[in-house]
Design a protein around this ligand. Structure first.
Ligand code: 0GY
Length: 296
């Protein structure tokens, strides 16, 4: 594990390989983050990890290296509900990034308008106990009602073991829902395992639930070349081709013990989206509909 002099952790590789797969022009990395720089954007007092700086210049360099055109920057838990680092990165992107914020559910309407002007198009509800202290469903529902007028959606991060318990909440959300990393199924169960079946049942319950088919590095216990992930996820991409998204997850928060090679992650794309039409939906049409509606 690599740490700097302040004990801050690096969870990404400094020399990712060049992917063999070339994404189509206009491809969107729909799940990534920025960390700091902490001197300008300090971490939250409630942060559960303290990473080295991974600012917008590094993110955009990686975007170009991997062959992507746009980013959706998701506020990371280490920055709590202060979205300044995410907004700064969006502002520096020249229109090529949009974002998902984490807000105190009591946020005022004017502040929401300000986030919209800064490029935010959704808010994230994080249910992972190792990342956040609390996840108040009633307050989440309240703020979800108040973002509807902006045309935003909700991004939800949870693990498969709480999906059944979360179903009533997810069904009650009054705006579109995007699920991070497919709700972290056990991919070793295969495409017809209990976790994937529960996810499909959820997707079948509403037509406006989207899913990020991301994070082979987090989900595959066997690691590269991520065969277990590919076997479980490819049928999902084919069955829900209009509602799937993909993202690098760079700078891979909390992955310091198993830092992935971003080039190898990109090489998973043509194995889960096996032809040009599916790749175009996954990387361009779907994320553009959510984050840059009307542009294509
Ligand atoms: C991810 C996953 C993780 C972390 C966060 O906001 C975060 O800190 O999302 C994780 O540790 O599983 O999508 O970035």
């Amino acid at each position: 594990m690599s740490t700097d002099r302040q004990g801050r952790i690096r969870s990404w590789t400094l020399d990712p390989s060049r992917p063999r797969y070339r994404p189509p022009a206009g491809a969107v990395d729909a799940h990534c983050h920025v960390f700091g720089p902490a001197a300008r954007f300090p971490f939250s007092p409630k942060a559960k990890y303290h990473p080295e700086d991974a600012g917008p210049e590094m993110l955009f360099a990686l975007r170009d290296r991997l062959g992507f055109s746009r980013n959706v920057i998701v506020q990371a838990s280490c920055h709590g509900t202060d979205n300044a680092a995410t907004l700064d990165a969006i502002a520096k992107s020249g229109g090529l990034a949009r974002g998902v914020a984490v807000v105190d559910p009591g946020i005022g309407d004017e502040e929401l308008d300000g986030l919209h002007a800064g490029g935010i198009r959704g808010i994230r509800f994080n249910f992972l106990k190792r990342l956040v202290d609390d996840a108040p469903k009633d307050r989440f529902l309240d703020v979800a009602r108040r973002i509807a007028r902006l045309g935003w959606h909700v991004v939800v991060y949870f693990e498969a073991d709480i999906l059944a318990e979360l179903r009533p909440f997810l069904e009650a959300l009054p705006v579109p829902v995007v699920i991070d990393h497919m709700g972290r199924p056990d991919v070793t169960q295969g495409p017809d395992g209990a976790d994937m079946r529960a996810l499909r049942a959820l997707l079948d319950s509403r037509q406006d639930i989207w899913v990020k088919t991301s994070c082979p590095d987090r989900l595959s216990p066997h690691g590269e070349p991520y065969d277990d992930f590919v076997a479980a996820v490819r049928p999902l991409v084919e069955a829900y081709s209009d509602r799937v998204l993909w993202g690098t997850d760079w700078p891979h928060p909390t992955m310091e013990h198993r830092i992935p090679d971003d080039g190898r992650l990109v090489d998973v794309i043509p194995r889960i989206a096996v032809n040009g039409a599916l790749q175009r939906k996954l990387l361009i049409d779907n994320p553009m509909r959510l984050y840059w509606p009307g542009l294509i």
